[in-house]
Design a protein around this ligand. Structure first.
Ligand SMILES: NC(=O)C1=CN([C@@H]2O[C@H](COP(=O)(O)OP(=O)(O)OC[C@H]3O[C@@H](n4cnc5c(N)ncnc54)[C@H](OP(=O)(O)O)[C@@H]3O)[C@@H](O)[C@H]2O)C=CC1
Ligand SMILES: O=C1Nc2ccccc2C1=O
Length: 315
């Protein structure tokens, strides 16, 4: 059912990766508010297991989500061979959301391998670039060098970044240049949807020009996340009347139209839901394509309403 949109990314057993099943936004406030709340954690395991069983081979986690154990449990429950799955995790150097971070990427990799109970990570990202020696005890270039070293040691198959602007990409590419082609970043995971077609100026083009795949988090933002600063839902935005029309035209849900839009832009969506039917539906986007005109319509209408849901004030 999947198409080989990004043939450079295959699981260890050689299958192209699907869109990603997220495990971040399910953890409220990005941490276990109550570590004894096993109901919540079991729910995440169940949804991830279901995701694997219906065909996702791409799971997205991060240090800050604290969902490595749930990812591991889901892999075991699904009985999927490890090499048929693609697991992305993210190192965070400093976070306003968590007191504890692992410190250095090398320490994080060791912990992640244990928590995931695996001997390799498919893709390791730096979660965001907003740290310095003062705030986190490590500089961006040094952190990136540790990702390169983790790849050299065979602990990770690919390395990349998240929430990086062009200036940050340039800084790490300068480090990679000294190491050789295979140590360049291969992914930049950023917020991406019609209302945020460039998380920061020029980042999509720059990433594409440098062979860096953009992964889109928040791809469904126009459907449910549009609020004013006080959190009140904004009902009136340009895609509100257009998405139902496209949904009717393609006989697909509005969510499927938005996910397909992202794919049609050459970008790989990461999505999630607490509802099994939506998880399954999100994967059913490989059997249709939006016309060039409809992609342009979404581009044009989306650009009229710039909206950022994550990392407000950082770019
Ligand atoms: N690198 C980074 O900094 C970040 C990474 N991420 C990663 O990306 C993943 C996905 O991000 P997220 O922003 O949640 O992705 P989405 O934009 O796909 O939003 C997911 C939300 O959409 C709702 N939803 C799903 N399907 C539908 C539908 N058919 N109709 C209406 N609403 C729907 C879900 O609610 P419901 O449960 O009710 O279905 C869910 O809460 C995260 O889990 C995380 O792994 C996310 C943010 C930042
Ligand atoms: O999943 C996530 N939700 C977030 C909210 C704020 C900052 C980062 C993230 C994630 O990575």
């Amino acid at each position: 059912m999947t198409v080989e949109l990004h043939p450079q990314f295959k699981t260890k057993s050689g299958e192209p990766i699907t869109i990603g099943a997220g495990s971040g936004t399910a953890v409220k406030a990005l941490k276990r508010a109550d570590p004894t709340n096993t109901e919540l954690l079991d729910g995440i395991v169940d949804r991830l297991t279901y995701s694997i069983n219906v065909g996702y081979n791409h799971l997205d986690t991060a240090e800050v989500y604290t969902t490595h154990p749930e990812i591991h449990k889901a892999v075991v429950k699904s009985k999927a061979p490890r090499e048929k799955l693609w697991i992305t995790t993210k190192y965070i150097a400093a976070s306003p959301h968590v007191g504890k971070t692992s410190g250095s990427p090398s320490k994080f990799v060791k912990e992640a391998l244990e928590e995931l109970d695996t001997d390799y990570i498919d893709l390791l990202l730096i979660h965001h670039p907003f740290f310095t020696t003062d705030s986190a005890g490590i500089e961006l270039e040094d952190a990136w060098k540790e990702l390169i070293d983790a790849k050299k040691a065979g602990h990770v198959r690919y390395i990349g970044v998240s929430n990086f602007a062009v200036e940050h990409l340039k800084r790490i590419i300068a480090v990679s240049e000294k190491e050789g082609k295979e140590y360049y970043p291969v992914v930049n995971q950023i917020e991406y949807h019609p209302y945020l077609q460039n998380q920061s100026e020029g980042v999509v083009d720059f990433s594409k020009e440098h062979g860096i795949l953009i992964e889109a988090y928040g791809p469904l933002t126009p459907l449910f996340r549009i609020t004013d600063e006080s959190g009140n839902v904004i009902e009136d935005h340009p895609l509100k009347p257009i998405l139902p029309e496209l949904s009717k035209k393609y006989k697909k849900s509005e969510a499927q139209v938005l996910l397909r839009y992202v794919l049609d832009k050459g970008i790989l969506p990461i999505t999630t839901s607490s509802k099994n039917e939506r998880i399954k539906e999100a994967l059913e986007i490989y059997d249709f394509k939006l016309s060039k005109d409809d992609v342009e319509l979404i581009d044009t209408e989306g650009a009229k309403f710039p909206y950022r849901a994550f990392f407000k004030g950082r770019f």
